[in-house]
Write a protein that binds this ligand. Structure first.
Ligand code: AMP
Length: 492
């Protein structure tokens, strides 16, 4: 989901999109399981968390800003979430209460009854649809692209809820892995390109929907299968009802989920993430050899690729940088100035390991280059003799319009500078990016069934100029001044 609410306040340089979705069908502790599942998906979003449950007659809701443990502070926060079905959501991080309106699940009441939705992805024609819906009289309560889907469902001419969901999603372009909850129905759906992950699991007779399989391990559920690209599933007592109601599209799951975003213990698009990351490191070591004493990962994102690099090159692996796990991701800091400081808050070199050594520094990606530059200078200050930077993906040249938090094209260092210029900027002795071929070898794919737009600028769904701009602003021009803090924050 693409929450535009905080952008005005924070300036235009960031946007936040990645999210985690979880759902439970038929368990007497549906909300508690969802709460646990959201902990397992916490890495996918730290801005807000929420759960909506159903007791078969009505929906119950609790949402708030912050991480799951900050939102759900006591048993009473969960005990009000009655019923045997629930969906939950974690949203990508930012700060500030203005995001509260966009915290998910979004829940509405319309002529069809109560509906709640969780969304991971980004709808690229949301602005256009919103503007047309507003002209027809729709009154929007949030600045989230996801709300457009609820308005379309409410207005759909189809009588059945499932048909109305299909009708609405057929008007949407972009990335969506979603869970819908009504008093008597839990639906999971993935867009035809399959940009974002969504898996089905089972815990005895209970069906689970989850963005990543690591959350299934947490609750003792077994993975069943992925929701297929373009598939809509209704979870029922009898089993999974499966529909393929959308025009087919070329498979284009996000390769960046493997590179950075997903947790290493998840199995994603049929492969284990940590194993893929190790192979990325292996390929990187083959392509960009280094004469060095140590392989040091940038924790945590570079750890598995560094292990692969070390094993392939025979250079010893060392945790030469220590991460403070109580600080949020560097990337979530809103201002450039704070982000610089944030690197020091988060990482500290181990001088006694690094002093006098030639270091291969492995990270998953370079975005703006500011983090790498800081880390290189920290390692140099800790006495490293030489620093060879190795990156386990190709240069990031294009922003994502399908649900990953990336800055605009002009802020991506590799979109304006060549590899040698990047090396100079981060002040490394050498730099090596993994090639596209190396990346595909590591993922183990013939051809390219992935979305690799961030490395190629080839977008599986064409993005119009105005939609590229509107990625930062989902509101229509007329609603610009609205104070979205007044939006109802309902808790049970
Ligand atoms: P930068 O200073 O902008 O070059 O940031 C690079 C760091 O951000 C790397 O260590 C990556 O692990 C991390 N990173 C890359 N992409 C993302 C993303 N979409 N969200 C959060 N962190 C990211």
């Amino acid at each position: 989901m693409n929450g535009g609410g905080d952008r005005d306040r924070r300036g235009p340089e960031r946007f936040q999109d990645e999210c985690g979705v979880f759902g439970v069908y038929q368990h007497r502790e549906a909300a508690n399981l969802t709460y646990l599942g959201l902990h397992g998906l916490q890495h996918r979003g730290q801005e807000s968390a929420g759960i909506v449950s159903s007791n078969g007659e009505r929906l119950f809701e609790f949402r708030g800003m912050g991480q799951v443990a900050e939102v759900f502070r006591g048993k009473k926060d969960l005990s009000g979430l009655k019923g045997r079905m629930a969906i939950g959501h974690v949203r990508y991080s930012t700060a500030g209460e203005s995001g509260l309106a966009n915290a998910q699940p979004l829940r509405i009441s319309c002529h069809r009854g109560e509906i709640a939705v969780c969304h991971n992805g980004n709808l690229i024609n949301a602005r256009e649809l919103r503007s047309s819906l507003e002209k027809q009289g729709s009154i929007f309560q949030t600045t989230s692209d996801t709300e457009v889907v609820l308005h379309l469902i409410a207005r759909s001419k189809e009588t059945g809820f499932r048909e109305a969901v299909i009708d609405s999603l057929n008007r949407i372009r972009g990335a969506f892995s979603m869970a819908f909850l009504t008093p008597d129905l839990l639906i999971g759906v993935r867009d035809p390109n399959g940009f974002r992950p969504l898996s089905i699991g089972k815990l005895r007779d209970t069906w689970i929907l989850t963005s990543e399989t690591c959350a299934l391990d947490l609750i003792g559920a077994k993975p069943v299968r992925d929701v297929e690209p373009g598939e809509l599933v209704c979870l029922t007592r009898e089993g999974i009802e499966s529909f393929h109601p959308f025009p087919p599209a070329n498979p284009s799951s996000c390769i960046f989920e493997y590179i950075y975003f997903s947790r290493p213990d998840s199995n994603l698009f049929g492969k284990n993430v940590s194993l893929v990351r190790r192979r990325l490191g292996t390929e990187l070591a083959r392509e960009h050899k280094a004469e060095a004493d140590l392989v040091v990962p940038v924790p945590d994102s570079g750890v598995y690729a560094a292990l692969g690099f070390a094993a392939e090159s025979g250079i010893p692996f060392e945790f030469g940088l220590v991460r403070n796990h109580y600080i949020g991701r560097t990337f979530i800091e809103p201002e450039q100035s704070i982000r610089h400081f944030g690197v020091k808050l988060k990482l500290n070199p181990v001088r006694s390991l690094i002093e006098g050594k030639r270091v291969v520094l492995v990270d998953d990606s370079i975005v703006r280059g500011t983090t790498s530059r800081k880390i290189v200078s920290m390692i140099r200050a800790a006495g490293a003799k030489k620093i060879d930077v190795r990156i386990s993906c190709p240069p990031t040249i294009g922003p994502c319009f399908y649900g990953v938090d990336t800055p605009s094209r002009s802020e991506l260092i590799a979109s304006t500078q060549n590899v040698e210029e990047i090396r100079k900027f981060i002040r490394a002795d050498s730099i090596g990016y993994l090639s596209m071929e190396g990346m595909f070898r590591a993922v183990g794919t013939a051809g390219n069934p992935f979305c690799t737009a961030c490395y190629t600028n080839e977008y599986p769904i064409p993005v119009r100029e105005e939609d590229q701009a509107s990625r930062r602003e989902v509101r229509s021009p007329r609603s610009k001044g609205r104070d979205n803090r007044r939006i109802v924050f309902r808790s049970v």
